[in-house]
Design a protein around this ligand. Sequence first.
Ligand SMILES: C[C@](O)(C(=O)O)[C@H](CC(=O)O)C(=O)O
Ligand SMILES: [Mg+2]
Length: 301
Amino acid sequence: MLYSQTDPATKRAQFRERLASGELLRMPGAFNPLSARLIQDKGFDGVYISGAVISADLGLPDIGLTTLTEVAGRSQQISRMTDLPTLVDADTGFGEPMNVARTVQSLEDAGVSGLHIEDQVNPKRCGHLDGKAVVDTDTALKRIRSAADARRDPNLLIMARTDIRAVDGLDAAMDRAKQLVDAGADAIFPEAMRDLSEFEAMREAVEVPILANMTEFGKSELFTTTQLSNIGVNIVIYPVTLLRSAMGAAERTLDAINADGTQQSVVAEMQTRARLYELLDYEGYNAFDSSVFNFTLDSHH
Ligand SMILES: C[C@](O)(C(=O)O)[C@H](CC(=O)O)C(=O)O
Ligand SMILES: [Mg+2]
């Protein structure tokens, strides 16, 4: 009822343990707190909180317009609804190294298990678009050092994302990843890798866990979990996948109402009222107060 029963410190410790096991952790992006419940219900390993989704949800492009307060608020709403670890996209850290420190503490207070900070210049853009620019090495390392220094829970995972592959190539990406690890990064997110061999090269380059971003319509092919786990990738994210699916379904429903004058033809694809109530744990609330849960399957379809 109401919230996850697992406190943030426990989730962080469990996340660290799972990462150390070497198995591939699958973390789909939740587009709202309710979808985090669905991700947990379906047996996934963690919940990703995507910057692209937070901005799209607000009707904004993913170019660094969202604020730390908005991202921390959404992180808290999502993290409190799941027992799974959450990993949040902290973009460029929302400012200079001192701001990065404040970002880390705000997100830690929001209950996330980990966060990633990237080396793009502001205004940032989606990692799979052209025309990105990255900051110099010194600035990139300062961001990660101040992130690592700022956390109060040593289990909070500080992941460094590098976007340099698309700008200066794979060798530069491997060099930067090593330097980011030396600066205190617990894990590496190599953005916009072109193929599996590039992930393999990155796997060889660093000892810490690495993440693969399986975002659709981007620069990477959509590799299977078997392919990724065979080469030793530790986390796979599907950042915008559920939002894209939900929005695709919403478009089809609106088209059906336009075409037929009723949504009847798409009702069979919808999540039912009963399934929604199951996810919301209506019954748990009923046990608390029997006047709350008075829904019967017979009276509604
Ligand atoms: C992972 C990512 O940073 C995100 O915000 O979810 C995006 C995803 C996307 O735009 O498809 C990214 O830059 O890859
Ligand atoms: Mg992002």
